[in-house]
Design a binder for this molecule. Structure first.
Ligand SMILES: C[S@@+](CC[C@H](N)C(=O)[O-])C[C@H]1O[C@@H](n2cnc3c(N)ncnc32)[C@H](O)[C@@H]1O
Length: 918
């Protein structure tokens, strides 16, 4: 269940009469517990509560329904109960049907309210549904509630007005929803005079004749679009005189409204009766987007970018600098004035702005600083000099673009109320400006200079409709002569395999003049390159959230030389971290933030988030494309190892149409004698077989036995099939292989060597690469790499954390999985010169790792390296291995992966004599 569905279920439960026997089960059901779970709890099987009628769900919650006026005492008893502790319940909850109290035992937060109001606190319990909440989501209970209600209304209206559901009319429907949201906000914030003016007018005027609801609303919209002095002439109805003139062209154009059924009308009134003062424009916008998107509706209330994550972009991009200036300025009136002027000329531009959350936060933060300046200058009532039109965006989806404008308008009003008081805020709020500053369109096809020109002069086209300005009218005047431009956002990431044809064409249109190898770039790379192009004409600074793959492996040599050659540098960066919205939805996305500019800061800031969530900032003079503090180096393929280590090759490739490979079952069916098996059959290891312990065999014929094999009734038949298959191939090299059908086409081992093995593809979730050792007689396929007959200390290198971070950084990633490469990962691995003693020590470490694994036989590599279940002795063996190797590198353990990478890059540069330097 998503947050919106939970809110609905909880509100429904709260609206029903209290049922002491059923309450606990209904409560758990509202949080998505299945019938089978509830049945088990009811039967007592999984319910260990000692409270009369109590329900205890392991790891989750202990609920007790108690006698009247004993709620507080019951909650204390619940907390002290040994069952609660044994079951590790995170929440305790007590109610008597009048009062409601609950506590999150881990965080210590509590809820105390009347029973009828407990639904307001549904987000307090979201963890019960596996939704790990961040504090801000808790605080956005209103936004989740409003989104859910509006979604119901939207769906109902689409059902009743199927023509409005068509692609052509969807923008009208979305526009209508944006107008409604404005009215709901305006009626609760005194922008419309009288509490609930809009909702109550609709309710009153359509009572008894609900089929005229659309007409009533349409007439209100018409009023909002007509100046008071023109209303008589426009024949405006006498029941709407209190509505103000809004302008902003929000209500201009067609005022057609979809038809309302009785149900739709009641939904409208229901949503109108919420307290829209509580709307949070930086959160609400992100949530509401899903309403208009049929594919995203399932994630309603989940799509959400947290404010702290947005500030990771905005703070180092420009806010930290402004705050520092404010600090230095103290109370110096003239300097404060200059700073205020500077702020009023700052433009923030998000070219994938969605519902405008980056812009809204940027606006609010600038207003905060401006307010501090005004306070210090003793000008508390002063109206803001920060124009909304300095917050520009491009967004491809029409509804999101509309919501972005609305969110900014709401943010402006809320800031005015906060800093200047309601009276002044109201006095200046209406009529809205008509200018359009959010452009609907494809950011990779639009010239950013036209949306956000370097200076205000010479660009004087005015939009004439706030909500439907055509693209060519996006250029409007603004006063920012000498102002700074900051570009930011989190554009769509999309790896190359997920891009549509049109998106590929977007990238081609940008990169065609620079490189032929653009095809493997992520879609987000298009935004970085557009920012670079924009930077050729202005001195803007840009920072985007991006998939970390643009700073890893194959994308680095394609993208970053282009950026650096244009004179841009990385001024700040966040190394990889999980981009968590509501964690259960977005758990998988690992991102980086890169801030680039052609204005080179002497000090660059590199942020790294530790596992404890704490951020470490390193100040350095250079950040390279891998987001490491150090010189601009690009690691490229090397045919031979740069260090004194063994040579690594692929395993053998059968090219056999499946005829040389044999499963265990097939082997039994072949009915071979023991001696035939010994002569012709070997165990083969692909990556699956190696990691998950699956058994697989292959026909492997030593040169001395080829005639015997070809004449064998069963083996010979399979060999013949291989010949036929290879002859049919369209590739000349494969057809040539028909001359040796008894063996793998690409044979890279004799079959008598010992091997150190590392699978080509492996999960990024393991803390170490799943390498291993195989004895003579085994065959490895081309799904693995191997070091044949190499000293065992080489395995200690592959098993180390140092190698893990190197491979994760310089090799290609498939989605997030590691894709090992001998030429890009092993051959480039930098290593200090090893003494014989070092090699002995490392051999000992590799043996310890192998012995630790052996102790857990028959556990597979997959079992042993599951990060949650890794056996302690194996972990210790790896720890020892890391200790020995890292002491060889720097005489102590590295503090973290960042330090490991910095050392590796430094060594790489030395070992390649700076040849790869840009
Ligand atoms: C990851 S979202 C970020 C939006 C917003 N900052 C947020 O956190 O919700 C990316 C946004 O880019 C928009 N988008 C996708 N392709 C685009 C394009 N070619 N031009 C402009 N916007 C685009 C999407 O519709 C989406 O709103």
């Amino acid at each position: 269940m998503n947050a919106v569905e939970i809110e609905e279920a909880i509100s429904k439960l709260a609206s029903h009469p209290f049922n002491s026997e059923e309450f606990a089960y209904d409560f758990l059901e509202a949080f998505g517990n299945k019938n089978t779970t509830l049945k088990r709890l009811r039967s007592g099987n999984s319910n260990k509560s000692a409270f009369k009628g109590g329900v205890l769900q392991r790891n989750n919650i202990h609920i007790a329904v108690c006698e009247e006026a004993t709620v507080e005492d019951t909650l204390i008893l619940l907390k002290e109960s040994s069952e609660t502790k044994k079951a590790k319940a995170q929440f305790i909850l007590a109610t008597d049907g009048q009062e409601f109290q609950a506590e999150n035992i881990i965080s210590g937060e509590t809820v105390v309210c009347e029973y009828k109001d407990f639904h307001e606190y549904f987000s307090f319990f979201l963890e019960l549904a596996g939704i790990s909440t961040v504090k801000q989501i808790r605080e956005s209970a209103f936004d989740i509630k409003a989104t859910g209600r509006l979604n119901k209304l939207y769906i109902e209206l689409l059902r009743d007005n199927p023509d409005w559901a068509s692609a052509e009319r969807r923008p009208d429907m979305n526009h209508f929803l944006a107008r409604l949201i404005f009215c709901f906000f305006a009626e609760d914030t005194d922008i419309f005079e009288g509490d609930g003016l809009f909702t109550s007018t609709v309710q009153k005027m359509s009572t008894g004749n609900t089929s005229n609801t659309h007409f009533i609303i349409s007439e209100i919209f018409r009023t909002l679009d007509t100046k008071r002095e023109e209303r008589k002439l426009a024949n405006i109805k006498s029941w709407v005189p209190y509505f103000p003139y809004v302008n902003g062209e929000l209500f201009s154009g067609s005022t057609e409204v979809p038809k309302f059924t009785k149900i739709a009308r009641s939904y409208l009134i229901h949503v109108g009766n919420l307290d829209w003062k509580k709307i949070n424009p930086d959160i609400f916008g992100s949530m509401i987007q899903a309403v208009a998107d049929d594919d995203e509706r399932g994630l309603l209330g989940m799509h959400y970018t947290s404010v702290p994550n947005i500030l990771k972009v905005l703070n180092p991009l420009f806010l930290d600098d402004l705050r520092e200036h404010l600090e230095q300025t103290g109370d110096n009136a003239r300097k404060l004035l200059n700073l205020r002027k500077r702020i009023s000329h700052i433009r923030v531009f998000d070219p994938a702005c969605g519902s405008g959350n980056f812009l809204v936060i940027a606006y609010k933060k600038l207003r905060e600083i401006e307010n501090e300046i005004n306070k210090r200058r003793g000008e508390n009532d002063r109206s803001s000099e920060i124009p909304l039109t300095n917050f520009r965006g491009i967004e491809i989806r029409d509804f999101s673009a509309e919501i972005a404008r609305l969110a900014l308008i709401i943010a402006e009003y809320q800031c005015d109320v906060l800093y200047r008081g309601k009276q002044l805020a109201l006095a200046e709020f209406l009529p809205l400006d008509a200018e359009n500053w959010i452009t609907k369109g494809n950011a990779l096809r639009i010239n950013w200079l036209s949306v956000c020109p370097p200076t205000g002069t010479g660009v004087k086209l005015h939009g004439d409709d706030l909500f439907s300005t055509p693209l060519d009218q996006a250029e409007i005047d603004f006063d920012n002569e000498g102002g700074e431009t900051f570009i930011c956002g989190n554009p769509p990431y999309l790896g190359s395999t997920w891009q549509s044809k049109d998106q590929k064409a977007d990238l081609y249109s940008i990169f065609k003049n620079y490189t032929k190898t653009w095809k493997s770039l992520d879609y987000v790379a298009g935004w970085l390159m557009k920012a670079v192009e924009y930077g050729k004409h202005t001195n803007a600074s840009s920072a985007f959230v991006s998939t970390n793959s643009i700073c890893q492996g194959q994308q680095v040599p394609i993208l970053w030389p282009l950026i650096f050659e244009s004179g841009h540098v990385i001024n700040f960066a966040y190394t990889s971290f999980k981009w968590a919205n509501l964690a259960s939805y977005n758990a998988g996305v690992t991102v980086v933030i890169v801030g680039i500019s052609n204005r080179v800061n002497s000090i660059k800031r590199l942020f790294t988030e530790g596992e404890d969530g704490l951020v470490i900032e390193k100040r350095t003079d250079k950040i390279n494309a891998y987001l490491i503090s150090g010189n601009d180096i690009i690691v490229s393929k090397s045919p031979k190892p740069i260090a004194d280590i063994a040579e690594m090759t692929f395993g053998s490739k059968p090219v056999d149409g499946g005829n040389l490979l044999i499963t265990k079952n097939e082997l039994n069916l072949l009915n071979l004698t023991k001696s035939e098996k010994k002569t012709f059959i070997r165990q083969i290891f692909g990556s699956e077989e190696f990691i998950s312990g699956k058994l697989r065999y292959c026909i492997w014929v030593d040169d001395d036995f080829t005639n015997e094999a070809m004449n064998h009734p069963v083996i010979g038949q399979r060999i013949n099939e291989v010949r036929i298959m290879r002859l049919k191939s369209s590739k000349a090299a494969t057809r040539k292989g028909a001359e040796w059908p008894y063996r793998f086409d690409e044979k890279r081992q004799n079959g008598n060597e010992k091997m150190i093995v590392v699978p080509a593809i492996s999960s990024e979730n393991r803390e170490f690469l799943p390498c291993g050792y195989l004895p003579e007689g085994c065959i490895i396929s081309n799904k693995n790499y191997a070091l044949f007959d190499a000293p065992l200390w080489n395995m200690a290198l592959i098993a180390s954390r140092l190698h893990w971070v190197w491979i994760g950084t310089v090799c290609v990633r498939l989605e997030m999985r590691f894709s090992y490469s001998n030429t890009l990962g092993w051959n480039t691995f930098p290593l200090p010169k090893l003494t014989e003693k070092n090699k002995q020590d490392l051999t000992g470490c590799a043996e310890e790792i192998l012995m630790a694994r052996e102790r857990h036989f028959p556990a597979t590599i997959a079992d042993l390296y599951d990060p949650k279940k890794m056996p302690e002795d194996l972990r210790q063996a790896h720890d020892r291995n890391d200790e020995v190797l890292e002491r060889i590198f720097i005489g102590r353990r590295f503090k973290n992966d960042t330090e490991r990478l910095e050392k590796l890059f430094e060594l790489y540069l030395q070992m390649t004599n700076g040849l790869k330097k840009l």
